[in-house]
Design a protein around this ligand. Structure first.
Ligand SMILES: Nc1ncnc2c1ncn2[C@@H]1O[C@H](COP(=O)(O)OP(=O)(O)OP(=O)(O)O)[C@@H](O)[C@H]1O
Length: 619
C-alpha cells in the first residue's frame, strides 16, 4: 500500500470522529493540524521561541532604564552620567532586540516552509490514494484549494504567529510580574479592566463564531461563482447571457457581503468593547493612584511608573489577540484539510498476485453512484485476445462498466475478476500496470509531448516514444510542430485538436504495453479524418490483448468478438453483430437508427479491427 505517512503521521481514528458542533469553528484546528507535521522542525521552533523571548527582554530594557532614570530624577534631580548610561543601555537593547527578533522570525519562517512542505506533500500523496468518487463530489478547484491555498494561509501561524505570539505573552507576563512586585495595589488597578475586556472579546467571538460556517459557505459560493463566470465566458457571451450570469455572480457577492454584515452585527458590539476597554487602564490607574498618594502610601515615581507602563499594558494582549484572530480566521480551512487527510484511502490489498491470464469477468455486478443502482446484475466475460464492445443508449452505464475494470470504483455487489482474481485482491500498483485506459477526453499534462507520451512508461527511450507515436498515427502531426516532440503543451494541451490529444493518449497507452485495454469512446470528439487516424491507432493496440471498447459509432464495433448491449444498467442483449441485428431487439433498433443517420451523411471511418466493406454493410 502506498505510504501516505512518510511526511506526516498516520491518519488516526481520532481524526475520523465527528466533530462536536459541526458548525462551530475549532479555533485551534490549524495548530493541531500543523503540529502533526512539526517533526524535524521542533528544534528550530524551540530556538525561535527562545530567541523571541530574549528579544522581548531586550525590548523591555529601555522601559526599565526610563523608569530608573525617572525615579532618580524625581528623587535627586538630573544626573547627566546616569542619563547617558541609561540612553546607552536603551539603545543597545533596542538594537540587540531587533536583531534577535529578526533572527527569531527568520527561523520561524524556515519552520513554516518546512512544515507546509510536509503538509502539502502528505496531502497530495493522500489525495492520490482516494477513490475517484471523492473528487467527483467536488468542484474542480476544491482539491487545488486544499493543497495550495489553505496551507498557504497557515504559513502565518509559524512564520509570524508563534514568535510574535510568544513574545507578546512573555512581555505581558514579565510586565505583570514586575508591576505586582513594585506595588500590588497599583498592579491590580492596572489590570482591573483586562478580565472585563477579555470576557467581552470571548463573548463576541462566540457570537461571531456561530456565523463561521455561513461565512465559509458564502465565501466558497462567491469564489466558485466568479471562477465559473470567468471560465465559462465563451458560453456566456455566445448565448448572450452575460447579464444573467453576472446577476448570479453578483448575487453570490451580495450574499457574502450580507453574511459579513451579519457577522459584524453579532461581533462588533462586544469586540468593540474589548478594543475600547483593553487600552483604557489609565482611567483606573489615575484615580486609584491619586487616592493612594493622598493617603500617603504611594510616591510620585511609582505613580509615574504605572502611568507609563499602564498606558501600554494592553499592547501585548492586543498583539496576542491578533494572532488568535488569524488562527480563528483560518480554522475552517484547516478543519477541511484535516478532514481530507482523514478520508480513508481506496482499499488496496497491496498483494502482487499471479494472474491466470487476462480475462476480465463481471460476476453479477451491481453499482450505484448514490443510493440508486446504475448497474444491476451485470455479468460477462471479456476474453484475452478478443474485442468486447459495450454499446447502448446514453446513460445505459457503458462508461461505468469501463471504470469498474480499472477500479475507479468498486462494485456494490458481485465482483470483477482479472485472470481469476477479484480486482480488490490485486495490488493497485499491479492493476494499474495491467490495465491501460484511454478516456473520452484524456488529460494531458503541462509538459512536452514526449513527456506526456512517456507517462505510459517513464523508462522508455526516445526511439520507443517515437515508435509509439508512429503506431498511434501521431508522429506526423507532432513533427510538423515547430518544436516537434519537445513542444510544450499548455493548459491540458488545449492548443491541439481533440483528435490529436486523443492520439497522444493512445500513444501513451501503446507505450504502456498493458495486456488489458479499455477505450472509453476514444473517437467521441474526433472529426472523420481524425477518427480514421484514431481507429488505425487503436488497431495498433489490439493484438493479443483484452480490449474493452465503449462505442457509440456502431460500425467501429461490427467485427467485435462480443457486443454487450446495455440498457438501464442491465445487459439487455449480447452476441455478435449479425446475430444481434437478426435478433430484431434493441441492438437492431440502434443499428437501424445508426445506419439511417449514416445515410444522411455520416461517414463511417476505419475500424480498429476488420470491418465489412461499406457496400457490404447490412441495411
Ligand atoms: N459521477 C457520477 N455521479 C453520479 N451519477 C453518475 C456519475 N457518472 C454517471 N452517472 C450516472 O450513471 C448512469 C450511467 O452513466 P454512464 O456514464 O455509465 O452511461 P453511458 O452509457 O456511458 O452514457 P453516455 O453514452 O452518455 O456516455 C447515468 O444515469 C449517469 O447520469
Amino acid at each position: 500500500m502506498t505510504d501516505i505517512t512518510r511526511d506526516g503521521p498516520a491518519v488516526g481514528e481520532a481524526d475520523r470522529r465527528p466533530k462536536p458542533g459541526a458548525d462551530a469553528p475549532d479555533y485551534l484546528a490549524s495548530l493541531k493540524l500543523l503540529s502533526r507535521f512539526l517533526a524535524g522542525s521542533r528544534l528550530h521552533l524551540a530556538a525561535a521561541v527562545v530567541i523571541a523571548t530574549a528579544a522581548v527582554a531586550c525590548e523591555l530594557l529601555p522601559i526599565v532604564a526610563v523608569c530608573r532614570v525617572l525615579t532618580a530624577v524625581l528623587a535627586d534631580g538630573i544626573d547627566a552620567a546616569l542619563l547617558l548610561k541609561a540612553a546607552g543601555v536603551a539603545l543597545a537593547a533596542v538594537i540587540v532586540g531587533y536583531a534577535l527578533m529578526g533572527a527569531a522570525v527568520g527561523l520561524s519562517h524556515v519552520v513554516a516552509f518546512d512544515v507546509l512542505c510536509r503538509l502539502r506533500l502528505a496531502l497530495a500523496r493522500h489525495l492520490g490514494t482516494l477513490p475517484l468518487g471523492w473528487f467527483e463530489g467536488r468542484k474542480s478547484g476544491d482539491a487545488k484549494k486544499l493543497v495550495i491555498d489553505e496551507p498557504e494561509s497557515m504559513e502565518l501561524i509559524f512564520a509570524h504567529g508563534i514568535p510574535e505570539g510568544v513574545s507578546a505573552l512573555a512581555t505581558w507576563l514579565a510586565v505583570s510580574a514586575w508591576l505586582i512586585a513594585v506595588d500590588w495595589r497599583m498592579a491590580l488597578a492596572t489590570m482591573a479592566l483586562t478580565p472585563i475586556s477579555f470576557a467581552a472579546l470571548v463573548l463576541g467571538m462566540r457570537r461571531g463564531g456561530r456565523r463561521a460556517a455561513d461565512y465559509q459557505r458564502a465565501g466558497a459560493r462567491m469564489n466558485a461563482s466568479i471562477v465559473e463566470f470567468l471560465a465559462g465566458m465563451a458560453v456566456v457571451k455566445i448565448f448572450n447571457r452575460s447579464g444573467d450570469s453576472f446577476a448570479e455572480t453578483a448575487g453570490a457577492v451580495h450574499g457574502y457581503a450580507a453574511v459579513e454584515t451579519a457577522w459584524a452585527r453579532d461581533y462588533l458590539p462586544l469586540g468593540g468593547t474589548f478594543f475600547a476597554l483593553a487600552p483604557a487602564g489609565i482611567v483606573v490607574i489615575l484615580p486609584v493612584g491619586a487616592f493612594l498618594m493622598a493617603a500617603g502610601s504611594l510616591d510620585l515615581p511609582t505613580l509615574a511608573l504605572f502611568v507609563i507602563l499602564g498606558a501600554n499594558y494592553s499592547q501585548p494582549l492586543m498583539k496576542l489577540f491578533n494572532q488568535f484572530h488569524t488562527l480563528a480566521h483560518i480554522s475552517m480551512g484547516s478543519t477541511r484539510v484535516a478532514e481530507a487527510l482523514a478520508e480513508p484511502p481506496q482499499p488496496d490489498s497491496g498483494r502482487r498476485v499471479a494472474l491466470a491470464g487476462h480475462d476480465v469477468v463481471f460476476e453479477n455486478v451491481s453499482f450505484g453512484y448514490g443510493p440508486v443502482d446504475v448497474l444491476s446484475d451485470v455479468s460477462f466475460t471479456a476474453r484475452a485476445g478478443a474485442v468486447t464492445a459495450l454499446v447502448g443508449p446514453s446513460g445505459a452505464g457503458k462508461s461505468t462498466v469501463a471504470g469498474l475494470v480499472a477500479r475507479f470504483r468498486d462494485p456494490r455487489a458481485g465482483r470483477v475478476t482479472l485472470g481469476g482474481v477479484d480486482l480488490r485482491d490485486i495490488a493497485l500498483d499491479q492493476l494499474m500496470e495491467t490495465v491501460a485506459f484511454v478516456f473520452q477526453d484524456s488529460f494531458l499534462f503541462s509538459d512536452t509531448i514526449a513527456a506526456n507520451i512517456r507517462y505510459g512508461d517513464p523508462r522508455a527511450s526516445d526511439a520507443e516514444v517515437e515508435a509509439a507515436a508512429r503506431a498511434a498515427r501521431a508522429h506526423d502531426f507532432i513533427t510538423a510542430l515547430p518544436d516537434g516532440y519537445a513542444t510544450r503543451l499548455g493548459d491540458r494541451g488545449r492548443q491541439l485538436s481533440g483528435g490529436e490529444r486523443q492520439r497522444i493518449a493512445i500513444a501513451r497507452a501503446i507505450l504502456k504495453d498493458a495486456p488489458v485495454i479499455v477505450l472509453d469512446e476514444a473517437t467521441a470528439f474526433a472529426d472523420p479524418d481524425n477518427e480514421a487516424a484514431i481507429q488505425e491507432a487503436i488497431g495498433a493496440l489490439t493484438a493479443g490483448r483484452t480490449l474493452i471498447v465503449v462505442a457509440h459509432r456502431l460500425h467501429t464495433v461490427m467485427a467485435a468478438d462480443q457486443i454487450l448491449v446495455l440498457d438501464g444498467g442491465r445487459v439487455a442483449e449480447r452476441g455478435r453483430h449479425d446475430d444481434l441485428v437478426a435478433g430484431g431487439g434493441l441492438y437492431a433498433r440502434l443499428w437501424r437508427d445508426y445506419t439511417e443517420a449514416r445515410d444522411l451523411g455520416l461517414k463511417p471511418a476505419a475500424a480498429p479491427f476488420p470491418v465489412p466493406r461499406e457496400e457490404a454493410l447490412p441495411r
